[in-house]
Design a protein around this ligand. Sequence first.
Ligand SMILES: C[S@@+](CC[C@H](N)C(=O)[O-])C[C@H]1O[C@@H](n2cnc3c(N)ncnc32)[C@H](O)[C@@H]1O
Length: 281
Amino acid sequence: MTAAQWMACCELQRVEALALLREVAGLSHATLLAHPDALLGADVAARLQEAALRLHAGEPLAYVLGWREFFGLRFAVSPAVLVPRPETELLVEFALQRIAPQGRARILDLGTGSGAIALAVAHERAHAEVWAVDASEDALAVAAQNARALLPPHRAGGALRLLAGDWFAALPPHPPRFDIILSNPPYVAKGDVHLEMLQHEPQLALVGAAGGDGLADIRRIVAAAPAHLAEGGWLAMEHGYDQAQAVRAMLCAAGLTAVGTQPDLAGIPRMTFGQRPVEGR
Ligand SMILES: C[S@@+](CC[C@H](N)C(=O)[O-])C[C@H]1O[C@@H](n2cnc3c(N)ncnc32)[C@H](O)[C@@H]1O
């Protein structure tokens, strides 16, 4: 079978078919355009068929490929972690705007999953001290794998700390104060119709252990955050399309100032932030 014949009969979206041909058969888009009649070996055709079946069954392309690009970096992913989404790059940009290129800052990423947020910040800011927490040991193993692949060895084992546990309770006794706390926590309400489409991703990442209205984990993080922020430090969180107002109200009630919301590229209010005031000002 030729690559063009496989594309014509695989019943996948073009972008998925091209991604599989690149990953499994090693055929780039340019090669395919020049040589659509490139022959696929039997073993390659079998592996393409197996991957196509997984996609037909609704598995995300990222799990089938084993990786997803986020902030220009290639992150390994497995079903133990949420597939990083483009809108989450807003949190990385938020942090980078507040840390000078050579600046020192202490960052905490709550619910790190694949390590996408923490590692993108650590990659861009060589002098930042980045802490990352997750309740899932399996997720932390993926984050550790990504840290080894994306950061120089001295940072992967030192300036990045991966901690297992329940939000702030994962931190050691007498933890330092953080300049920026970032989180993309679970925020899908239990029973939400969208969960059907997300069934291959970890429920702990989407709904959280508390379940409920989708705001339970955000409430817990916001309530505890001021005690962990340095004066003038920022909390920024991703949330659902209809949760911005509720999250802003929580941040104000927790005593944070300069509270605001930023939309994603689709114009959806997606990320809300607030600052711990400086005492005496
Ligand atoms: C929406 S995913 C975000 C993953 C990653 N930060 C990203 O943006 O792609 C939420 C993450 O929070 C973790 N999580 C859920 N409940 C937690 C808890 N109580 N304490 C710590 N982490 C938790 C999940 O395991 C999951 O990795």
